[in-house]
Design a protein around this ligand. Structure first.
Ligand code: BTN
Length: 326
């Protein structure tokens, strides 16, 4: 962790009591002057930190801006996901940045956030609107020892982690629509775009991109999306702390990835199933222009959906656009 992360972590831990400059300097193995310089830097980034001779430093408020050191200070320690975090003010798509990092040999677990994306991508070639400072838009680089056909495990784990973070942080009910949509009251609040670089039998790397509509207002959505999309702010009627939500999501993603690495994907499936609005329902799935209908029965060991068609046969679906019928 960087000095800024360590300072923020110590300030958060100290709460209203505050923490003295000398104590901080000792804890972090740097001089008091260095602590002061870092505190000044954090202040200029919008962190309100009080310094008093009696109580030392106290953290009063944090800016509504994603900050790599702050996110690191909230999640550490993690095993893989989030051990390196980068925040961009604007990118085309965070998936693009991760793809570039992957090709340059970056270690798995690096996470890229952007305050805004000019070419945010959704599944099936759709756009993903990403207005500045209003969402949690990020991508993760993974190099899992999975066969390419098992990559749906990553999407299922990501959807489960997002749903878990939203419920836990905001105390609001949400559900998952297979494979990757997180819905509140039937409207989409978050989605995942997983992309892989693979050879027939080898998954070289995977990019898991996630978008959570945190503080978007109705005017931020194109009118045609308003009946199917929403944001946490719209649903809760109040502003959402994006950094808290982002940190919780990374922590859950890291834990889910540990389960995958330890061959416990079945534990994630159980959680996914309890929150899934698709299972047991009659659905129509558009798979690359081909329409399939039937009852969504379960997930297989790779996260593919098993659909019982009208002839009683099970079809295995790895991707598509689901419409719930009844
Ligand atoms: C979907 O539900 O269609 C997937 C949406 C995925 C959006 C996220 S935002 C961060 C990452 N970068 C992108 O361009 N897309 C994903």
């Amino acid at each position: 962790m960087s000095i800024d992360s360590e300072i923020l972590r110590a300030l958060r831990g100290a709460g209203a009591t505050g923490v003295g400059g000398a104590e901080l300097a000792k804890q972090l193995g740097v001089s008091r002057a260095a602590i002061w310089a870092h505190i000044e830097e954090l202040r200029s980034a919008g962190y309100e930190i009080e310094a008093s001779p009696h109580h030392g430093y106290k953290l009063f408020s944090v800016p509504d801006r994603l900050h790599a050191d702050d996110l690191l200070s909230r999640i550490a320690p993690v095993d893989v996901i989030g051990r390196d975090i980068k925040v961009f003010q604007e990118t085309t798509s965070t998936n693009d940045i991760i793809d570039r990092l992957a090709r340059d040999g970056a270690q798995e677990g690096v996470v890229v956030f952007a305050e805004s994306q000019t070419q945010g991508r959704g599944r099936l070639g759709r756009n993903w609107i990403s207005p500045s400072g209003k969402g949690v838009w990020f991508s993760v680089l993974l190099r899992p020892a999975l066969r390419p056909q098992a990559f749906t495990q990553l999407t299922i784990s990501a959807a489960t982690s997002l749903a878990r973070a939203i419920r836990e942080q905001l105390d609001i009910q949400c559900e998952i629509k297979w494979p990757n949509d997180v819905l509140i009251r039937g409207k989409k609040v978050a989605g995942i775009l997983s992309e892989v670089n693979a050879e027939p039998d080898v998954l070289k790397y995977a990019i898991v991109g996630a978008g959570i509509n945190a503080n978007l207002d109705a005017v931020d959505f194109p009118p045609e999306l308003l009946s199917i999309s929403t944001s946490l702010k719209i649903e809760l009627g109040e502003w959402v702390d994006r950094a808290n939500l982002a940190a919780a999501t990374l922590r859950h993603l890291d834990r889910a990835y540990e389960w995958i690495r330890n061959h416990h994907f079945d534990s994630i499936v159980s959680e996914w199933e309890t929150w899934c609005s698709t299972l047991g329902r009659i659905v129509t799935i558009d798979v690359g222009g081909r329409e399939l209908s039937g009852r969504a029965e379960s997930l297989d060991e790779n996260g593919a959906l098993l659909l019982r068609n009208e002839h009683g046969q099970l079809e295995r679906i790895i991707g598509g656009d689901v419409t719930l019928q009844k």
